[in-house]
Structures are given as structure tokens and as C-alpha cells.
Design a protein. Structure first.
Length: 241
């Protein structure tokens, strides 16, 4: 049995037992790529009739943790737009890159075509106010990281994390590329810009392994100069923006 067969069979049994009304299903994540381990969770997108209710559920089925993305046929296009607005495209990528498991009426094929069209359009650009706020926030984290002594390791590590996350947000936005969180942050970052993204990740690693903030601060400052420079005095934000 290949690496894909066992998770696929498990997913099909789950659908049959819990969602017999399903109109379609797509298996995503590492299981769809044949890289699942015995402890990997399953990411499963399921299309439901319009009489049902869309939701996100996390369950354990046959001992394996499974994250379910449940949508009705009618609400899926609107959810795709919401997913795009977050700039991560989590469910969009499941439909685009996942393995179709069930599609008796062609709903999954149409949803995959819609997902690919949305992904091809890219995430929405940041507004001028969002760019300014991002530059200001990254400048603050970068400055605090540089000023924090290595003896304050808890603070240093926390600042390194926030510096990397804000820098990843801005760098992917600069390239009109999708961003990510968790394990997808470095994947999306390197996909958008291997050189600058790699420098940020190497800098973060230097803080974690050696307590040295200089490489990460330098990579963040280089990114800021690409976007108009660090922003400190002169920044204004109206309440509610």
C-alpha cells in the first residue's frame, strides 16, 4: 500500500460514516502529497448540501486527528473570497492542490476551478495605511530586539518571533504572494523571496541558537529600506483604523 492509500481510505470511511450527505470531498495537506506519517493529522474539505451548515470541526477518527473544513455549495465562493482577504488561502490551497475523493455531481471540479482562479489573482494588496503600520510595527520590533541584552533571553526570543512574523507579512505582501503561519510561514516566505526570506529565517535562527540579534535586525532593516525605510517619528494612526 502506498503512502497515500491509507489516509485516503481512512478519509473515505470518515465521510461515509459521519457525512453521508456529502456532495464532494478533497483531502489536503501532507496526506494528499503522500508524505503523511502515522501520527499526521488529516485536512479534509467537505462540500455539503445548502440545507446544511458550514463550519470547522476537529475530530478524532480511527485514532487519527482530523481537521474538517465543511462548506455548503452556495457559501463556498464567498468563503473563498474571505480566505483570500486573510492573505493565507488555507482552504483555497486545499481545493487547488488536494486530492479529490468524492465528486458525483461535479461540484468539486467547479470548486477547484474557482479556487485556482482566486489563487491566480493573488492576495489583496495592502492599503497605504496598512503599509505604514507594518513599517512602524516592524521598526519597533527591530529596535527593541537590537536593544535587548542577550541575558534577557525570554524577551529576546519573543521579539525575534514577532520581528520574523511582521517581516514575513510585509515581504510576502511586497511580492503579492500568499503568506502563512506555523510551518507555512517559512515555506511561503522562501517561496516569495528565497534571498530576503532566507536572510530573515537565518537571522531568526541566529537569535534562537546563539543569542545574536544582529543578523535578524540587519535583514529586517534591509527589508524596511526596500519598502521606504524604517518608520518612527512622524507615524500617525487614527483610532479605529
Amino acid at each position: 500500500m502506498n503512502d497515500q492509500a491509507a489516509p485516503t481510505a481512512e478519509a473515505l470511511r470518515l465521510i461515509a460514516s459521519r457525512y453521508p450527505q456529502a456532495l464532494g470531498a478533497v483531502l489536503g495537506g501532507s496526506a494528499a502529497q503522500g508524505r503523511a506519517t502515522p501520527t499526521s493529522d488529516l485536512d479534509l474539505a467537505i462540500l455539503l448540501p445548502d440545507s446544511d451548515t458550514g463550519r470547522r470541526e476537529v475530530i478524532r477518527h480511527e485514532g487519527r486527528l482530523t481537521e474538517l473544513f465543511l462548506h455548503t455549495v452556495a457559501e463556498l465562493p464567498g468563503f473563498f473570497e474571505w480566505d483570500r482577504a486573510r492573505r493565507r488561502g488555507t482552504v483555497l490551497f486545499i481545493y487547488d492542490q488536494g486530492l479529490p475523493l468524492l465528486d458525483p455531481h461535479g461540484h468539486v471540479a467547479r470548486a477547484r476551478a474557482q479556487a485556482r482562479a482566486v489563487l491566480a489573482s493573488g492576495p489583496p494588496p495592502l492599503t497605504p495605511a496598512e503599509w505604514e503600520r507594518g513599517r512602524y510595527v516592524l521598526t519597533c520590533f527591530m529596535d527593541d530586539l537590537s536593544d535587548t541584552p542577550p541575558s534577557d533571553r525570554y524577551e529576546q526570543l519573543s521579539l525575534a518571533d514577532f520581528t520574523l512574523r511582521e517581516a514575513a507579512h510585509l515581504l510576502t505582501a511586497h511580492h503579492r504572494a500568499w503568506t502563512g503561519i506555523g510551518k507555512w510561514l517559512p515555506r511561503r516566505l522562501l517561496g516569495a523571496d528565497p534571498v530576503r526570506g532566507g536572510a530573515l529565517l537565518d537571522g531568526h535562527k541566529a537569535v534562537a541558537e546563539h543569542g545574536d540579534p544582529a543578523p535578524l535586525a540587519a535583514a529586517a532593516e534591509e527589508l524596511l529600506h526596500l519598502l521606504g525605510g524604517p518608520l518612527r517619528e512622524g507615524y500617525t494612526q487614527r483610532w479605529g483604523e
